[in-house]
Design a protein around this ligand. Structure first.
Ligand SMILES: Cc1ncc(COP(=O)(O)O)c(C=O)c1O
Length: 400
């Protein structure tokens, strides 16, 4: 048989899937496994949004739509960009896609040639390196760590840019660290972007999930670089609508046309019913968002407090999203009952096998010696999960 494409061979198989598979098997065997791994809100989609979808079906709104998205949704997005983000787009500057994931992929397809470099930071969302490789470009990763609270500086960005650089892929609030860049930090990055003429894809899907006094700022609202920025967002995280698959972008008309060309040959329009639901999500009551974020904040406070009681773990409190990304570096190299903990993956496996707790190893996020823990789960699960985590790390620290 002929071989598979080189592009696909370059993409790493998800290593987290191995642990998830093991956890699923344990669950099937009747073991009470706690999984703190969810990448989506554990809340239902708001009722009024679901009703809009039911109405769309009843009205037979079940056919192809305009490739770019239905006019009502494009208007709702334009309004949202204006009121929330200080971004001003005409209808021709917005493209609705099957999730923010597709918005990013369409844009990378539209902008990148083989050999172009796409810059993003580590830790990063697991998908970025694979997406960049799939479009034939090369990831160029800037390392960030606890010292800068997982943020990259303008100086680091400038150093990473060369003649091959096409795009800076920027994510705030961030997965997996919960980092939120301040306006001042973003302005410094934007100055580098202006001077070098590169594009920015700004992935803002966690925009609404942000805690206390922290403010989200859209890099595209900086006038001097507005035509270089593609702002990506979606309804998945803000409205607990991950399964509906609606994301969108705002950019110059030229970029939107190019991204739409890609989409037109791959999926055509996103789901018609979900588009109607998304109109209601954006235009309707935002009360459910507030309730959800308030709950995430309580859980974040609980989790950070609990984690900080585990001696040796290093934790940067997340300011947004629903993940925390602690460092386990002091535990790597320990032996438990003679078994060496070579890396965070061994630690995660130990926690699964001994405490029946699933957390995600950091390496696929570009954060070796860390793990990602989600707090998109009930307080009851979190309480039990933290108990197991404490017990597991006690054993790893004491060696038995
Ligand atoms: C940083 C980041 N961007 C984009 C997405 C994808 O969002 P969507 O469901 O809209 O495709 C995710 C989902 O986990 C994410 O973590």
């Amino acid at each position: 048989m002929k071989s598979q494409s080189l592009k696909v061979q370059q993409i790493e198989k998800s290593r987290t899937a191995i642990l998830t598979g093991l956890a699923n098997q344990m669950q099937r065997e009747g073991i009470d496994v706690i999984a703190l791994t969810a990448g989506e809100p554990d809340f239902p989609t708001p009722t009024h949004v679901k009703q809009a979808a039911i109405k769309a079906i009843e009205e037979n709104f079940t056919h192809y739509t305009a490739l770019e998205g239905i006019p009502e949704l494009i208007d709702a997005i334009a309004e949202k960009f204006k009121s929330d983000n200080n971004l001003y787009f005409d209808r021709s500057q917005i493209l609705v896609s099957c999730g923010a994931k597709q918005s990013i992929f369409n844009t990378l397809q539209a902008l990148c040639n083989p050999g172009d470099e796409v810059i993003f930071q580590a830790p990063h969302w697991v998908t970025y390196p694979s997406m960049v490789k799939l479009v034939g470009a090369t990831p160029r990763i800037i390392e960030a760590n606890e010292e800068t609270r997982f943020k990259v500086t303008a100086k680091q960005l400038r150093k990473a840019i060369n003649t091959k650089t096409k795009v800076f892929l920027f994510n705030s609030p961030a997965n997996p660290t919960g980092t939120v860049y301040s306006q001042g930090e973003i302005e410094e990055l934007a100055e580098v972007v202006r001077q070098t003429g590169i594009y920015v894809i700004s992935d803002e899907v966690y925009e609404k999930i942000i805690f206390n006094d922290v403010k989200h700022f859209s890099i595209g609202s900086i006038k001097q670089i507005k035509d270089q920025v593609i702002t990506v967002n979606g309804v998945s995280k803000a409205y607990a609508m991950t399964g509906w698959r609606i994301g969108y972008l705002g950019a110059t008309e030229e970029i939107v046309r190019a991204a739409a060309k890609v989409q037109g040959q791959v999926t055509s329009n996103p789901n018609s019913i979900a588009q109607r639901a998304a109109v209601t999500a954006l235009n309707g009551s935002q009360d459910d968002v507030g309730i959800m974020v308030n709950e995430f904040r309580k859980r974040r406070d609980f989790v950070v407090e609990q984690l900080s009681k585990i001696s040796g773990l290093e934790v940067v409190p997340p300011q947004g999203a629903f993940y925390v990304f602690p460092s386990v570096k002091v535990f790597v190299g320990n032996r438990v009952n003679g078994k060496l903990m070579r890396d965070e993956e061994d630690i995660c496996r130990f926690l699964l096998e001994n405490e029946h707790l699933v957390i995600v190893p950091g390496a696929p996020f570009g954060g070796k010696k860390h793990f990602r823990m989600s707090f998109a789960c009930s307080m009851k699960e979190l309480e039990e999960g933290m108990k197991r985590l404490r017990s597991g790390f006690k054993k790893i620290a004491e060696g038995y």
